[in-house]
Design a protein. Sequence first.
Length: 432
Amino acid sequence: MYEVTFELENITPLFMHGADQSTAEFRAASVKGVMRWWFRALAGNYFGDNISGLKKAECRIFGCAESEVRKSLVTVVASASSPPNGYIDKTSNSWKNAIAWSEYVDYFFFSMLDKKRESNKIKIKSKSSFFPPQSRFRVILRSPDRRALELAEASLLLAIHLGGFGLRARRGAGSLKISKVSGDCSFDDCNSYVVETPDELRDIIETILEFSEQALAGPGDELSRTPIEGYPKYPILHPEYAAVFVLDHERPKDWIGALDNFGRWYLGRKAGRKFVDGFRFKFADYNLSHDLNRGIGGSSSKEKRYYLGLPLIYANYKVTVEGVKGAPRNCPKESDRLIRRRASGYWLSLSQFGDTVSPVVTVFAYQLYPEYEGRFCFRKKIKGERDRIGLITLENPISHRAEDNEAVVNFYREKFIGDKGLAGYKVWPGRV
């Protein structure tokens, strides 16, 4: 039996729960779920468009319970040595000052907070307890199969260094750092798992990709390697379709300052109760949102926020935009093709380099939906009335046609990864 133990500490609040949603819990099942996601991003380099082969490999390593019940080759044990005693309970005299952490952090963690007016005061509370920063955790990986353990380690390392755990993990919550690793480490020395600089982060990514290439031939011995044809159908840590950035123009010593740095680029400045001028809002079509609020239907050549994640809920909370597989002609009759959620194509995490904290942004360019042709369903909710449903079409102003998956992939490659995107240090692949 091979075994590796990770001693961990969280940089940002960790929101993870079990059956009791009011109390935080560091759960092995949740940790394993994040590892599965990063395994798919890693193994996509080998399996490409072979989705069936990818699922079989994942099933062999982490187990599955669909058509074929199979026990996991890797056991994941997770525990917390610190209590989940984080809780927000504040009062403010105005909405302007109703802040739990900072304006930017509150935006990224919005679903974890409950802000409402009570009498003449604004109450700010967290919806549950959480693990505050500097809580300590342990994750143990065990397996009788060396190659399975290598891939599990690789998946966990990517999740720690590039991702996060729990709710709002894609927006900076649940960022962990490694304090110590011991046991049967697969990649070089156990000490190499602890990253202290952006260059060391690049080195561990390249090491993981190299070692995993060999290990994947194990669980996929009879599964063929398949190239990517066209554009990736799912997030893949591939040098053509992914990139890792460290925003190091400022290096604060606290996690709130680090998230604020990213927030200033991504969201811009606060104007009243809204953010303006940031990356996200460069692609907002406010005329469209007003049109939707008045009626049904609409088209836009500017609105691109749908590419950054769905559903999109407009600020007035009356209009929710959802996605549809294919080219919908009538949303009410095609509700079976409606997709309630499409995760964003980037992960925001935090890493501690020495005594400073930096945002780490991992961007994935991949298809929005199969057969996507630039149409979205929106639901307009009006109190006292039935939901009204309609279509939005995004038009390409250059070719005068509905947008497609090529436009979505290029949005990430050009707007995020390219020269006009993140003004940060490009850690992987290579440098710019």
